[in-house]
Write a new protein. Structure first.
Length: 459
């Protein structure tokens, strides 16, 4: 009886541990990885490294000196040599290990075997990056980091650099306007596009930057951020008045660059290669980020008069995209639908937008418009985004690289509160004052008055 009770007790403990591990893996994958997944995957990697490399075709014939040494000291069979492995570095989401490639190998050979390595070592995914010639880094991700997004804590936001999402390899996706000045962001209703926009606005609100918005949905997307906006247009008529002001601001900045650097005033703006960042800090104008939400509304027309206004606005947007970077004016163009059928200038505007972020869209044509010209293989990845994962997107740029990203949740109230707290950072731009949105005055918080208790009357 004693032995039976002991067995039952041990069995119950094992079942409890198994159930706890299964629960942690489903509900808290980070905890499961740190306690169970990390040790198991490390043991697998260390014990099977040579055989896995050989099975993947990542080994080469040994050198003659190695062959002679093995034959002279042992009677073992001379085996092919895998890439030299570095120190295994554990992370909160996976493992990192560097490999020194053998002569004749290239990083593409290792990248082609990433799926085999994933199954061999029991991890969620394996990503290969080149560190330097002859050295690659394997980033092993232990679980699906895009299921519940948690941004890394050690992030240092810088001027015009905003971490807005997490990549599928557990690295942060940073929107850097100095590197990628203009971007096209597409997404259908409930795809997470608005969440992406909130992170951008909230991140830039704390920086010395002028924020300008064009929201043709009567301002329902950008109006909550009015305390931090220097200008806001809520319909095409207001946008038609705002865009020429931005063009004039851009031209004035070019004149400032010319005067400071001794460039002839007659030099066309297109031939000026310098920018505002070459000016002294006390003379440098603040950067301007223009958010255009529902860009298709600027292209749609109903009458001949609207068509003339549309052509003028599209031309001004193209000019800002072509020349605005040097003047410190950056574009963030968003919409549900973007295609060549919008009209004249749509394709030309897209060609000036270096960055591309495509959330779930309702048709393949929109995904092709966003990613087809930079990474055709990313189009199928964008079309495969499920409605159950809002915020998931495919991000790329004109260099051809792309990756899956997902934006963490940020409530509209929190983003609006950040803009309200940063209202004192709105720069003084006289040209934009007529377009400054009305900010409703918050009612003062009523503090309850202290209760005065009557004193007992004494004789």
């Amino acid at each position: 009886m004693t032995d039976l009770a002991t067995l039952l007790e041990v069995g119950g403990s094992v079942a409890a541990l198994g159930g706890g591990a299964a629960y942690a893996r489903a509900r808290h994958p980070g905890v499961y990885w740190s306690t169970v997944g990390l040790p198991v995957s490390t043991v697998r990697l260390l014990s099977s490294y040579g055989s896995v490399m050989e099975a993947c075709g990542l080994t080469v014939a040994p050198s003659r000196l190695r062959v002679l040494a093995v034959k002279a000291t042992t009677r073992h069979e001379v085996r092919s040599v895998p890439p030299r492995r570095g120190i295994i570095r554990p992370t909160t989401t996976g493992l990192r290990v560097r490999l020194r490639l053998a002569p004749g190998q290239e990083p593409a050979d290792v990248a082609a075997s990433a799926e085999r390595l994933r199954h061999a070592w029991g991890v969620h995914a394996v990503y290969v990056t080149t560190v330097k010639p002859g050295v690659v880094e394997l980033r092993l991700v232990g679980f699906d980091v895009l299921r519940r997004v948690r941004m890394p804590r050690k992030l240092r936001p810088d001027l015009l650099r905003v971490p807005v999402a997490l990549r599928e390899d557990a690295t942060p996706f940073v929107r850097d306007y100095r590197t990628v000045p203009h971007q096209l962001t597409l997404g259908a209703t409930l795809s997470g596009k608005s969440m992406y926009l909130r992170h951008l606005v909230a991140g830039l609100a704390r920086q010395p930057v002028a924020l300008v918005g064009i929201d043709c949905k009567r301002g329902v997307e950008l109006a909550p951020f009015a305390p931090r906006l220097s200008a806001l247009a809520t319909d095409p008529e207001q946008a038609a008045e705002l865009l020429p002001v931005l063009i004039k601001e851009m031209e004035d900045r070019y004149d400032l660059i010319k005067a400071r650097q001794g460039i002839a005033p007659s030099t066309p703006d297109e031939e000026i290669t310098s920018d505002i960042w070459g000016l002294p800090e006390h003379e440098r104008p603040l950067p301007v980020v223009l958010f255009v939400d529902e860009v298709a509304e600027l292209f749609l027309v109903a009458t001949k008069k609207d068509e003339e206004r549309r052509d003028e606005m599209v031309t001004q947007l193209i000019r800002l995209a072509q020349l605005g970077r040097a003047a410190g004016i950056y574009l963030e163009v968003c919409g549900q639908r973007f295609g060549a059928e919008l009209g004249k200038g749509a394709t030309m505007l897209r060609a000036q937008l270096t960055g591309r972020v495509c959330h779930r869209v309702n048709d393949e044509a929109s995904a092709k418009m966003a990613l087809g010209d930079i990474a055709p293989e990313a189009v199928s990845a964008a079309c495969a985004i499920a409605p159950e994962r809002p915020g998931l997107a495919v991000a790329g740029d004109t260099s051809g690289g792309w990756s899956r990203i997902r934006t963490p949740y940020l409530s509209l109230g929190d983003a609006a509160e950040t803009c309200h707290e940063s209202a004192h950072l709105v720069p003084d731009l006289p040209a934009l004052k007529p377009f400054r949105p009305d900010v409703p005055v918050r009612p003062p918080v009523e503090t309850p008055s202290p209760v005065v208790r009557p004193q007992p009357v004494t004789d």
